[in-house]
Design a protein around this ligand. Structure first.
Ligand code: ATP
Ligand code: MG
Length: 382
């Protein structure tokens, strides 16, 4: 069966008044971006408190649904069949045909929910409910009406230009439309965690830019390409991501030469944060986001994170902080980044990883070691 449009349902909690139109406009923008990837022509329109994606040409249904499933802010995606108004008898016939197509097993409880946007339609909603319900009962002997808790809620909307029929709700990505909650700078590495962290912060409506620290020749072009690929995959959910690639080699070697081995990681991470923060401030991002996860590795103890975070004066968010690795992996698989993340190319952290990193670094001691370096110059050069 051919669906002519999609009705987009979104949660309305917290989006009253002025926020509502910001929310809807951002949602429309991201739906348009998502539909650009789908072959076929679509029009996305806001109409009396709802959003429709209208197909203007033939298109691939699965591709269209997949694109819509990537848009944050959508709670349900309802594929709609649009009928021409050719009189009531024809409508009943077409509705019966619709039910036969969508529920071929014929065994379900249902309720018809009619509405008239066009009040001069010859039947009112009550009559439509009763008559269409009867037509369905007559056509399918195992169908039963249940007005309280139906398995199938069939909506029939008489509009000015057509009659909308729909009953299927496909779960959307949820969350808030990207662009409604400010911008973040994501520290994106080639690992499993940071792409998931980017997905999660974007799901709350945050626009993301990303920064990757590249240390050639210790990290390869392929490692960098992997990060580019991950950013592209995450961008299916977030819209375009600007990725800043920072050359980190001089900083790595300077730390390696001048600082004690057990502090390499924490000092290196402090440099990453300083640079990410500087780029964030230049680009209007109001926070940093990382894939850190409490206790996962030595640099992710509370003490280590405190010493790392001490160089940053904007908020730092770690959306994965309380998740188990298994949960993160499951999420990475679901959003489509896992396969790329587990490709073997090293990111810069593994090359200079100390054998016995400090799990409880002390800020004053780290600062004393760092003082051997010209921090400002290294940061500015990078
Ligand atoms: P991931 O799986 O995201 O790489 P991880 O478990 O490997 O995380 P670390 O390598 O300690 O943990 O990195 C912690 C966080 O620091 C990462 O999630 C990421 O946000 C940031 N990060 C680490 N390396 C880089 C890098 N080369 N470029 C940008 N950000 C990085
Ligand atoms: Mg990593």
């Amino acid at each position: 069966m051919k669906y002519h449009a999609f009705l987009i349902k979104y949660a309305e909690i917290g989006i009253k008044g002025k926020n509502r139109y910001l929310f809807e406009d951002a949602l429309v923008k991201h739906i348009r971006l998502a539909m650009e990837r789908v072959e076929g022509e679509f029009e996305v329109k806001k109409e009396s408190g709802r959003i429709y994606v209208q197909a203007l040409s033939d298109y691939d249904y699965d591709e269209a649904v997949d694109a819509l499933k990537h848009v944050f802010g959508i709670v349900w995606i309802c594929p709609v069949v649009q009928l021409k108004d050719e009189g009531y008898d024809k409508l009943a016939e077409q509705v019966v045909e619709y039910m036969g197509n969508v529920y071929p097993q014929g065994d379900y409880t249902f309720k018809v929910h009619s509405r008239r946007a066009r009040k001069n339609y010859p039947k009112d909603s009550q009559q439509l409910n009763a008559d269409l319900g009867e037509a369905i009962l007559n056509a399918y002997e195992n169908a039963r009406v249940d007005v309280h808790n139906p398995q199938v809620l069939l909506s029939v909307e008489v509009r000015d230009t057509c009659i909308n029929v729909y009953s299927v709700s496909i779960p959307g990505a949820g969350g808030m439309p990207v662009g409604t909650a400010g911008k973040a700078m994501l520290l994106l590495s080639g690992g499993i965690d940071s792409p998931v962290a980017g997905y999660m912060i974007a799901k709350r409506g945050v626009t993301i830019e990303a920064v990757y620290f590249h240390a050639p020749p210790y990290t390869s072009e392929r490692a960098k390409q992997k990060v580019v690929d991950l950013a592209k995959q995450v961008s299916k959910y977030t819209g375009p991501i600007k990725l800043h690639v920072v050359n980190f080699t001089d900083i790595q070697t300077a730390i390696y030469e001048k600082c004690p081995e057990e502090m390499l990681t924490v000092i290196m991470r402090r440099f990453m944060m300083r640079i990410a923060q500087a780029i964030a401030k230049d680009h209007g991002a109001k926070c940093l986001v990382t894939g850190e996860n409490l206790g996962q590795v030595a640099s992710q103890t509370m003490d280590a994170m405190a010493v790392t975070g001490a160089v940053v004066d904007i908020p730092m968010f770690h959306p994965l902080i309380g998740m188990d690795k298994e949960e993160i992996v499951t999420r990475a698989r679901k959003i489509g980044t896992l396969e790329t993340s587990i490709l073997p190319y090293e990111d810069c952290c593994t090359v200079f990883t100390p054998k016995h990193p400090k799990t409880k670094p002390v800020l004053a001691l780290v600062e004393a070691e760092e003082a051997k370096l010209d921090v400002d110059a290294l940061v500015a050069d990078a």
